[in-house]
Write a protein that binds this ligand. Structure first.
Ligand SMILES: Nc1ncnc2c1ncn2[C@@H]1O[C@H](COP(=O)(O)OP(=O)(O)OP(=O)(O)O)[C@@H](O)[C@H]1O
Ligand SMILES: [Mg+2]
Length: 323
């Protein structure tokens, strides 16, 4: 086996992540929470989130700088600015008037119940989209990989990703798209180089259930036939199938003690991009992407264990093929 996987080589920024619809996750610990009564918060934690932001954070932990772009609300942008400063992520976000959406989780550890209260986010106008396009254009010069992650906020047309992918590809850039629903369906029309749907997102796209790995691989091959260079389908603890025109691998992680499943997919994307930049082959990409996802599962929040731990994980991933 090629043992050259090195998750922590220091790389100058070649990567842009795009998060059009980030969120701040605010967890309120309220033991014995009661609706319609006065409740006391025992502890509070706010975490800036969003899929591309997570990818940038995981890349930072792997030793890769990136530029993060998209929209954030100016009224609560500080929490993001602090994160970007801590992780040395270049802040290329366009500020919108108002607040980035906040998703409140009221966690009642006594009754084991979680109540969600989700704010709407700011609405992007066509002027905001112009500003964003301008920003992305300025990043074309010295970035090779563009990672487009997550949903489209209100105000952004459904074909936004398709238009953007077309421009990026015309400029000779590599594009990875990780989204779902209409944004994925429409984005596919512009043939991103790589997509990473999870199995549910792929089923929704195809309007069918994929009951076996053979069915997943056949679906991936159909997308490759349509012009997508590489398709990564993640399947939770069943691992992920990485397929391109020349072949496929099925990477299965060992059983891990899961602390949080939040961001496992985003970590997989980060590990995959790191592997592409290192020009690793398909098996090594699958190993590093899976090891990075495992790292995310064994830590709380979008952070990874030390590089030598990720390195060890790459060796623990089983590589098989679908018969
Ligand atoms: N419970 C688990 N045990 C072991 N590995 C897991 C588990 N859940 C996820 N993984 C690893 O993480 C990878 C990505 O997970 P998953 O398929 O859940 O992504 P996702 O649904 O896109 O996640 P996200 O919510 O971050 O978008 C999997 O392919 C697998 O390698
Ligand atoms: Mg996902």
């Amino acid at each position: 086996m090629n043992t050259s996987i090195n998750p922590s080589i220091n790389h100058s920024s070649q990567i842009v992540t795009l998060t059009l619809n980030p969120a701040i996750d605010q967890s309120l610990m309220v033991p014995g929470f009661r609706v319609g009564e006065v409740n006391r918060v025992a502890r509070e934690q706010s975490d800036p989130g969003g899929k591309g932001v997570n990818v940038s954070c995981f890349l930072a932990d792997l030793g890769y700088t990136s530029a993060a772009s998209g929209f954030i609300g100016i009224d609560n942008s500080q929490i993001f600015e602090q994160l970007f400063a801590e992780k040395a992520i270049a802040d290329d976000f366009v500020r919108l008037p108002g607040k980035t959406r906040v998703n409140i989780k009221i966690i009642d550890a006594e009754r084991h119940r979680i109540t969600d209260v989700n704010f709407p986010g700011p609405i992007a106008t066509s002027r905001d989209l112009q500003l964003l396009n301008h920003k992305l254009k300025s990043l074309l010069f010295d970035h090779d990989w563009f990672v487009l992650s997550g949903s489209l906020p209100e105000g952004v047309p459904g074909d936004y990703y398709a238009d953007l992918i077309q421009c990026l590809k015309q400029a000779g850039k590599k594009v990875m798209l990780d989204t779902s629903g209409t944004a994925l369906r429409e984005g596919l029309a512009a043939k991103p180089d790589v997509i990473k749907p999870n199995i549910n997102e792929l089923e929704q796209l195809l309007g069918t259930t994929l009951q076996t790995p053979e069915m997943v691989l056949a679906a991936a091959h159909a997308l490759i036939q349509d012009g997508i260079e590489e398709v990564v389908v993640s399947m939770g603890k069943q691992g992920a199938i990485f397929a391109n025109r020349d072949g496929h691998v099925w990477a299965v992680p060992p059983a891990v003690a899961v602390k949080s499943t939040v961001g496992a997919g985003d970590a997989m994307v980060a590990g995959y991009i790191a592997a592409r930049i290192q020009q690793l082959d398909l098996e090594q990409r699958a190993r590093l992407a899976t090891a990075t996802a495992m790292g995310a599962l064994t830590a709380l929040g979008p952070r990874l264990p030390a590089a030598d731990v990720i390195q060890t994980y790459t060796q623990q991933v089983s590589i098989k093929t679908v018969d």
